[in-house]
Design a protein around this ligand. Sequence first.
Ligand code: FES
Ligand code: FES
Length: 162
Amino acid sequence: MIELYINGTKYMIDVDPMTPLLWVIREQVGLTGTKFGCGIAQCGACTVHVNGKSVRSCITPVKAAVGNNVTTIEGITSADGEPHPIQKAWLTEQVPQCGYCQSGQMMTAVELLNQISSPTDSDIDTAMSGVICRCGTYGRIRKGIKTAALAMRSNAEVPDDG
Ligand code: FES
Ligand code: FES
């Protein structure tokens, strides 16, 4: 049995330790927001966070996630159902076209915004460069990241009147 923590929930999974984390997330746990694209770490569609860092779950053996916190696209929504600012921005800016790559795009963008609160175009291009969108939504992705960054900075600046 493999013990996993995904989006704050503990799972006991009976699976070969070398099984890709992606398959465990999708097939054993049933969280299908994370997508299979290339299967060889080239597209980023399968991106999830392990302890806050982006990993390509298609090539990450599930045993590498034992004892660590895995976050998927479903897990960035708050416990009370409030979408993450990146999810709101993706809607505001109408970022997706077919949508297939977009959970990987958003997970990568969240990591960027956790590191850089006001990313430049260059920061965005560097961070997002390995996440492929076959529909070519890169311009809207950049816009969405800036919209989310602004919202996150504004949230951080809300005075505590308690
Ligand atoms: S499916 Fe993992 S990088 Fe493409
Ligand atoms: S929106 Fe279609 S692949 Fe990115």
